[in-house]
Design a protein around this ligand. Structure first.
Ligand code: NAD
Ligand code: USQ
Length: 404
């Protein structure tokens, strides 16, 4: 097949860990629709976090069992389901031996920075869940599927916001007259972001020591909800988080605009990050899987398409809302996080484009459609969950039962 490099097969057996989540569900359907054999591994803990904290996705999502049944009805394609925790090695080993994956996409982590900063127990849970889960996946590959390509979701937040350009994974440094290419310095801004830094180091070491192959996708903030496949039926609809713990910047702003809540700009609003449309997330995963890393190789791609400050996003959503007849206001909320609010930001992101990614840039039609989805489900919005309730500075050792 055109464009597929050595070792890449047309049809791969892809295990998607975290396949019931926001990025994972969309990716599972995208790959299944393109003929890959897909298995979802998920312990459904994301749904438990919602139950524990009293949150719910804007969109009414079906159970994972209903989701895969509906997919079978519509497309006549099977998605295998393994419900369990990747921190339990026996469960994971069994799933590997049954499914025999060519590639494992690992989305299955606790992914909220605020969740990891609620209290000591959530910080420990996040790092345990993420770091041990990834170690288990690495060991399962070594033991049961040494050819298998690990495609691991990292995050742009691993790099922090240094006052120099951010490279894709590695930087050439000259020091005291000697030169080397070294991992780009990491400065995660929460216990969550730091869990990804630890994962990256562990995976890089395993590639070197055992000769396994891996791609670390340092993804930016994802926005949007619809993909070609999740739009086929209401039972396939994806989750969309808007609350102060799991909701991310642009998705939150669109929901806030729809329900008449002022847009919550934290601090000065100069915080700049890389962003991408969920339709590009699924395509990036497809590109990484069909063009795998070589045995022993640890590749790093920066997976985002455009960078925006929070202020830029607020302006864009205000304008999109105005066109839809909504009056959108913004407020500067005291920043609950510890982060630079005005800073230099210039991150490279050419490797996925070179491999064929054709980005969906943020435009009016996407903002329209996202605000319209939010309007469609606005009765499900709990206004009380919108303001941030987790403070980086106030995190303590004592368990917190509520975060509002
Ligand atoms: P999500 O919380 O919606 O999905 C994660 C899924 O993993 C959930 O279904 C959860 O139940 C599952 N999971 C968590 N721990 C598990 C375990 N121990 N065993 C089995 N399953 C487990 O998150 P998402 O937004 O889809 O993010 C997916 C990945 O992409 C994460 O690793 C995240 O860090 C990364 N990422 C997300 C974004 C974003 O904007 N959403 C941006 C950059 C990177
Ligand atoms: N922000 C606001 N107002 C809001 C929400 C966020 O100003 O209402 C600001 C934050 O302070 C931060 C920026 O927007 O400066 C991004 O915050 P976010 O919550 O959208 O994203 P973040 O916490 O970084 O985490 C999300 C995902 C995480 C992923 C990360 C990619 O939850 O899984 O790793 O985006 S990145 O930001 O590139 O590290």
């Amino acid at each position: 097949k055109a464009g597929v490099v050595e070792n890449g097969k047309d049809k791969e057996r892809v295990m998607i860990i975290g396949g019931d989540g926001y990025c994972g569900w969309a990716t599972a359907l995208h790959l299944s629709a393109r003929g890959h054999e897909v298995a979802i591994v998920d312990n459904l803990v994301r749904r438990t976090f919602d139950d524990q904290l009293g949150l719910q996705t804007l969109t009414p999502i079906s159970s994972v069992h209903t989701r895969v049944k509906k997919w079978k009805q519509i497309k006549n394609k099977d998605i295998k389901l393994f419900v369990g925790d990747v921190c339990e090695f026996d469960f994971l080993a069994d799933a590997f031996q049954q499914f025999e994956p060519d590639a494992v996409v690992h989305f299955g982590e606790q992914r909220s920075a605020p969740y990891s900063m609620i209290d000591r127990s959530r910080a420990v849970f996040t790092q345990h869940n993420n770091v041990i889960g990834t170690l288990n996946v690495m060991f399962a590959i070594k033991e049961f599927a040494p050819q298998c390509h690990l495609v691991k979701l990292g995050t742009m937040g691993e790099y922090g916001t240094p006052n120099i350009d951010i490279e894709e994974g590695f930087i050439e440094i000259t020091h005291n007259g000697r030169k080397d290419v070294l991992p780009f310095p990491k400065q995660g801004g929460s216990f969550y972001h730091l869990s990804k830094v630890h994962d990256s180091h562990n995976i890089a070491f395993a590639c070197k020591a055992w000769g396994i192959r891996a791609t670390d996708l340092n993804q930016g903030v994802v926005y949007g909800v619809k993909t070609e496949e999740t739009s086929l039926d209401e039972a396939l609809i994806n989750r969309l988080d808007y609350d102060g713990v799991f909701g991310t910047a642009l998705n939150r702003f669109c929901v806030q605009a729809a329900v008449g809540h002022p847009l919550t700009i934290y601090g000065k609003g100069g915080q700049t990050r890389g962003y991408l449309d969920i339709r590009d997330t699924v395509r990036c995963l497809e590109l990484a899987i069909t063009r795998p890393a070589k045995l022993g190789e640890f590749r790093v791609f920066n997976q985002f398409t455009e960078q925006f400050s929070v202020r830029d996003l607020a302006k864009l959503v205000t304008e999109a809302g105005r066109k839809l007849g909504l009056e959108v206001k913004s407020i500067n909320v005291e920043n609950p996080r510890v982060e630079a609010e005005e800073h230099y930001y210039n991150a490279k992101h050419s490797k996925l484009i070179d491999m064929g990614l054709e980005p969906h840039y943020l435009n009016d039609s996407l903002l329209d459609s996202l605000v319209n989805v939010a309007i469609q489900y606005k009765d499900r919005v709990d206004y009380e969950q919108i303001m941030p309730g987790v403070s980086w500075k106030k995190i303590g050792a004592k368990p917190r039962t509520g975060v509002a």
